[in-house]
Write a protein that binds this ligand. Sequence first.
Ligand code: CIZ
Ligand code: SF4
Length: 298
Amino acid sequence: MTVQERIQELKRELNAVILAHNYQLPEIQDVADYVGDSLELSRIAARVEEDLIVFCGVRFMAETAKILSPDKKVIVPEYSAICPMAKMIEPQTVRELRRIHPDAVIIAYVNTTADVKAEVDLCVTSANAVKVVRDLPPDKEVVFLPDKNLGKYIRHETGRTVHIYEGFCPTHNRILKEDIELAREKWPDALVVSHPECNPDVLELSDSIASTSGMLRFCRESDAKEFIIATEQGMMHRLTKDIPGKKFHTPSMLNICPNMKKTTIAKLLHSLETQTLEIELPEELTSKAIRSLEYMLV
Ligand code: CIZ
Ligand code: SF4
């Protein structure tokens, strides 16, 4: 029996569901029941019927699934897979920002720990951030954390007053404007599609700026046949598998998130066999964090 077959067998025996982020290794994406961005996976986590959720991604995503499904058991194959950007902000910093900007709405990117989510007013993903800010009353100021690039993008798109925290994604920051310029020379017919976590000078050179779910939609619906994809490499597998007949190029070989790649097929099997490692969060934390997340799911 192959590892993949054993995983499917255990999944049935345990009544488990496997969720995988778009940045996971190809073999993890291929064995998962659902592959998506954090918003899609959060929505799925909130409605699945299975007793056990196996989350292949980084820890804040599994924590989000646990907050939304507190009665389910949520496990991760690799506990040390964390998002360094989520580690750049602490709850006491959020409290400090609230003292400095008492009338502002404090909005967190979903890439934050559960204790930061418990302190903020709203939580957004890259798929809905601009819309959520546009829907606020027009005179409302915003504090956005922790991603400075997504914050600047929201400010640019909405024209709102947005106070920006200085966090960033190390993986998306390694994609440089020179990479995009070289890629355009190499593939002149391709459209450049970038994630808003990229630097503003990369975004300026882009034909479309989108979350990973937005990228899939854009590339599927566009008349173009070739695309340069400025985000984490795992997205290349998702795009080539879902949109046959079109070509996808990567502008850099450095756009790999080491934490997303910590989840291997062997660790996934071990996690199902032992039903570990479990995400556990105190009830007082989940009940506070869920308020900011419920808005995200609307
Ligand atoms: O929200 C997510 O899943 C992330 C981190 C990236 C994206 O745009 O899908
Ligand atoms: Fe965090 Fe960036 Fe990795 Fe996403 S790609 S998990 S934002 S470090």
